[in-house]
Design a protein around this ligand. Structure first.
Ligand code: 6R9
Length: 574
């Protein structure tokens, strides 16, 4: 067991929304959460209505919903304005016959149009498919093809990455940009918006109807479409209340991009379901710009990731002194293990505990968290959300006692649990192979006080800067390069990014290893798949270790890299 476990930082805010943790757990009831929504009385469900229109109906239409800024724009939108704009986009979609259950993707950098589009798609009952702006041709095509997307919202700059001739089901592209030439299937976003009425009928759906399809990586196969339903709003709302601790008047900033689940569940749904002002900052990471964002918007609640906090720590304490960060009340983290050192630094430099939270694309919302009212153990992910039962179980489903490492598992179901993997029932069932449990793929242990401690992944999934990368997707791209015979990809530990992608490659006949070839291969992945999936390190090998069935043994590559014993080699080829 970790010797870190003894360190405790006392509760920050006993008067937070959750209040006493044990009492909240004992008294918890999801029906009490349901009562917060208008559909508890009306029976009419739509997440977009609850996130936006409900606040307007309650007389809060003039409150600021969105504060957007990037290098060229600085804009503010009230709930009433968001309501009107998302109605307009819903009308644009309807005029093209797009309706309930259709998959409509958004592929663009963070912008007000992105947020308006997501809300409009949900308002017509269609399913949102967010795509990260760094995705290149192959990544975009795989996702649009698998989901059978009928429409896409994108920008002129990103359009060349959409291979429309290979996507027969993709009927419409709504293009955000100036001076757009309408062509077949290409629709001028701004022009249509201008003509569309600002009132729209909301498509009332069932709680179990589709909301969003997030593609994420596993260790094998192509990315999986993780499908969530409107019912997830229960947990988005509740975690927004008790984990983000959102209160009337809060200004919330989630630094994640909506291409990833944190950027939708917490960059869109949780803050707006709670009526908070949502800050969105476009552009790249830079410590000065980030502190400026907090200062300028008077951010009160800030949700980011360990890599970002480590980079801010690397930028030092002096730069912090140049900004007024006194608006901050609550700071949180997600995506990868949060180092105790970073938590201590946060206490010292920001004067705030950084609250780690654990969850996954598949879980839809936070499950294991640190709460403002609970003592914090640096290095621990915290305790299960009230209403959630988490446990460490062995491979047969036996619950293990405190201190024993095993599978981190969650009792099924919970409101924001994924409802299916698109087109892949066997993959979905793998997560539920032990009756009554969801198997996360993470390993952890629970201590005597009920705190959970992350240990690692069971599979080969790579976590670089909090982004999940499937080694198979990268390997598949690598072998498309003419010089590459075989490729094996692993996560190599890295002090800032958690892990970086390292590729072991054997070359085809006629190619000689060189630094130039390494750079060219890395660029090939960057341009074909996405920048975050490109290997930062490449090592050429004569031969890669393989099983007799021809599978590359990443475990052996990892052992090579870390100078560890390679373990059981009984299945190796030679
Ligand atoms: C929300 C999100 C999920 C995987 C998960 C785990 C890792 C997330 C963590 C954490 C340690 C935490 N992870 N939170 N590891 N401590 N607090 O990140 O979703 O992109 O699907 O990644 O990320 O390994 O299984 P997703």
């Amino acid at each position: 067991m970790s010797q870190l476990q003894g360190e405790i930082i006392s509760a920050g805010a006993p008067s937070s929304n959750l209040g006493n943790y044990e009492e909240a757990v004992a008294n918890f009831n999801w029906e009490d959460v349901e009562k917060q929504f208008s559909w508890y009385e009306t029976g009419r469900v739509n997440l977009a209505y609850e996130a936006v229109d409900r606040h307007v109906a309650a007389g809060k239409g003039g409150q600021v919903a969105l504060r957007f800024s990037d290098a060229s724009r600085d804009e503010t939108y009230t709930f009433a304005e968001l309501q009107a704009l998302s109605n307009q986009f819903a009308n644009v979609l309807r005029s093209r016959g797009i309706s309930k259950g259709d998959r409509v993707f958004v592929f663009m950098p963070r912008s007000p149009e992105l947020y308006v589009s997501v809300l409009g798609i949900i308002k017509v009952g269609a399913v949102v498919g967010p795509l990260f702006e760094a995705f290149m041709e192959t990544a975009v095509k795989d996702r649009l093809e698998d989901s059978g997307a009928v429409a896409l919202v994108t920008t002129e700059a990103l359009l060349p990455r959409v291979k429309r001739d290979e996507l027969p089901l993709l009927k419409y592209v709504f293009l955000v940009g100036e001076n757009i030439e309408p062509a077949d299937g290409i629709i001028d976003y701004y022009k249509e918006m201008e003509l569309a009425p600002a009132e729209a009928e909301i498509e009332w759906v069932n709680r179990e109807d589709g909301l969003i399809l997030h593609y994420t990586s596993g260790s094998t196969g192509k990315p999986k479409g993780v499908y969530h339903v409107h019912n997830a709003m229960l947990q988005h709302y509740y975690t927004g209340k008790v984990v983000l601790d959102l209160k009337e008047g809060d200004v919330f900033w989630c630094t994640a991009d909506p291409g990833w689940v944190t950027g939708t569940s917490y960059g869109i749904f949780a803050p707006w379901l709670n009526g908070a002002t949502n800050v969105v900052r476009g552009g790249r990471f830079s410590p000065g710009d980030w502190y400026e964002t907090i200062q300028q918007n008077k951010v009160t609640v800030w949700y980011s990731a360990p890599t970002a906090f480590r980079m801010l720590m690397g930028a030092g304490e002096d730069i912090v002194k140049g900004y007024d960060l006194s608006s901050l009340r609550h700071v949180l983290s997600v995506g990868e293990p949060l180092n105790p050192e970073v938590v201590r630094w946060g206490c010292k430099v920001y004067g705030h505990r950084i609250h780690d939270t654990w969850w996954m694309t598949e879980t839809g919302a936070q499950l294991i968290c640190n709460y403002p009212s609970m003592p914090l153990k640096p290095g621990s992910m915290g305790k299960p959300l009230p209403g959630i039962q988490a446990a460490i179980i062995d491979d047969n489903g036996k619950v293990l006692p405190p201190g024993r490492m095993g599978n981190l598992a969650i009792r099924t179901p919970w409101p924001s649990m994924m409802r299916l993997i698109w087109n892949n029932a066997p993959k979905f069932e793998e997560y539920f192979r032990i009756p009554g449990w969801y198997i996360s793929g993470d390993t952890a242990y629970m201590d005597e006080d009920g705190y959970f401690w992350f240990q690692g992944r069971i599979d080969d999934v790579i976590n670089s800067s909090g982004e999940r990368i499937g080694p198979f997707e990268v390997e598949s791209k690598l072998v498309e390069h003419p010089a590459v015979a075989e490729a094996g990809v692993i996560g190599k530990p890295d002090p800032t990014r958690g892990e970086i992608i390292k590729a072991f490659i054997s070359l085809r006949e006629g190619y000689t290893p060189s630094e130039q070839l390494k750079a060219e291969i890395a660029r090939f992945v960057k341009e074909g798949l996405s920048a975050h999936a490109a290997p930062r390190e490449i090592e050429f090998k004569e031969k890669l270790p393989k099983t007799r069935s021809g599978k590359i043994m990443r475990r052996v590559l990892k052992a090579w890299e870390l100078n560890l014993p390679a373990g059981d080699l009984s299945t190796i080829e030679d």
